[in-house]
Design a protein around this ligand. Sequence first.
Ligand code: HSE
Length: 436
Amino acid sequence: MKQVNVGILGCGTVGTGVAKILMDNKDIISSRVGAVINLKYVADIDTETDRGITFDDGVFISDANKVIDDPEVHIIIEMIGGESIAKEFILKAINNGKHIVTANKALLAGSGNQLLSAASEKGCDIFFEASVGGGMPVIKTLRESLACNKIQAVTGILNGTCNYILSKITTDGNSFEDALAKAQAKGFAEADPTLDVEGFDTAHKLSILSALAYGMEINFKDIYVEGITKIAPMDFEFARQFGYSIKLLAISKDNGNGIEARVHPTMIPHGNILSNVTGSLNAVTVTGDGVGDIFISGHGAGMMPTASAVVGDVVDIARNILSGTTGRVPLFSYQKENIKKVPVLSINEISTNYYLRFSALDQPGVLSKISGLLGDNGISIKSVHQKDRKTMGSVPIIMLTHSAKEADMKAALSDITSLDVVSEDPVIIRIEDEEE
Ligand code: HSE
């Protein structure tokens, strides 16, 4: 039987999972590929820690360059993470004519356009299914299954840590800090939880999905990002009373005037399928002009789900090698010459419905002042709710609005914040809901 040689760089959690699945499922993989996928090397600076795997002699080594420079290695699996060393090794491997599989979303968000060019020039494939949604096959779906569609929207829950935290606050009444500690104990938070809870990990992933969906260069820096650290417990309770869940959503859409790409806490109706995606699960809905709406869900992190996606890419590349082709499926879905620099619309240009919570004195005329300033800025109020009436002090006033432009909302909130009767900065949470 023919043989395709692979080398793994980095034997942390996911690298170990990849080695394990390649070894444990060797027969089933060969019977599908028509060749043996031979794990020739696993390189890591730490070769002492027990990974629970027995490697053949000479497989587990500390020198990554030995893997990259071996002419018999066809595919390099980059499992190091981070942006500097991983990028250096990938570029060197491409230069040596190796095909690449990576799960490194931060690297793709920062340097994906450069890696794509380098791989195309050398006729190498670089596949990255595991970079978004772990084991959930969203990239292949966008790149291949939906190739005939004009993609209209991609909306997703792309960070298991945030989804777990938001679910725990909603269902168990946990504090943010307690829920984060539980997520870290379960092992799916990033080493630096800021990347998760401030929304950057989700934005990295959204930049990749937007490029695939709309034929644009990766545009991570233009994505509006807001994390989940500033939502108060009372907002979860009010959301529930209004029939909404709060999710950290990655939203991208072609709204007719341009491409929106934004990450922020979002209220969605309980009837929205994403509302029922709880715990550490990831999910995405894609809307295409032919297919309509589709929904994909799965484990967005973890050793074996992520390894499953990585090895799926290895199988694709092995099949290409065996049939003597590369670049059959364009790496970012569109042919390279058709990928455009498309600016993402500024958050000020988007329109959406809003949940607003003001802390204001409970006295005559307050509501009319606040609603007057919203009206002056062209914002139409859908409903008003005043909670916990007290004789003294501030009370929460909740307003839900019809669709309004973000720039107008900012102008209105600036006016409202300067009112004497308003005691704290307002809380705003965008709502994704169909207007009745
Ligand atoms: N830290 C990520 C998450 C996993 O919580 O979803 C890998 O992207």
